[in-house]
Design a binder for this molecule. Sequence first.
Ligand code: UDP
Length: 245
Amino acid sequence: MSQLEKRYEGKAKILYATDDPAVLLTVYKDDATAFNAQKRGSIQGKGVINCTIATHLFQLLEQQGIPTHFIDMPEAGQMRVRAVQIIPLEVVVRNIAAGSLCRETGLPVGMVLPQPLVEFYYKRDDLGDPLLTPDRLAIMQLATAEQVEQMRTLALRINSILQDFFGQCDITLVDFKLEFGLDATGQLLLADEISPDTCRLWNRAESDPNRRVLDKDRFRHDLGDVEAAYQQVLARVLAQRGAGA
Ligand code: UDP
């Protein structure tokens, strides 16, 4: 590992070059950040847990025809991915009101949305990742109009696949964030990760608003038992995938 050239270190992952320029190795970290990195910490075992969850979800999506950057998981906590140019947009899909949607609109936490909401945020920590309007998106040219439509369509398809899958795990998929990238041929691929760091996941067996949380909100809001919650998601994903989902 030490001989590999580090390409990029993000908040939750490190990207290394490999012998093949079209392939990168992603190493998932235990580091956790929230509120635009103002809160920092570590969740024991998170790297391995998130990498394993993301592997299963990428495989599930690939089986359903969604193009992703995933290649394989050569070792626990490590994922080989196709090299892409990341489009600097965070594509958020919401089924239930939570987080910034409630803070910014006053909608009550837990309100079931009449239809899934797809939002595009500009991935710029220094600007606080602002929500973009369609007109701003068009002016900023971060992606073509066609790519924006492709991302919206893919995000909704991904949402319905993941909603079904997490439903089978007895987990409600509240909302999640996706990132897309373009490979050397210009193909749009789902990139980054899908894990309890990037999704809101509520345990359907719990009605208590704190106890039901199985995602990074446990870390964000100091709810405790963060690692146990991530382990719980992993166990349910593995059980469901083992059951042939
Ligand atoms: N999210 C993420 N990375 C970000 C911002 C949001 O993974 O930089 C995820 C977050 O975990 C949640 C969804 O996107 O599942 C919507 O987040 P929201 O806009 O509500 O922001 P927050 O309340 O976390 O500030």
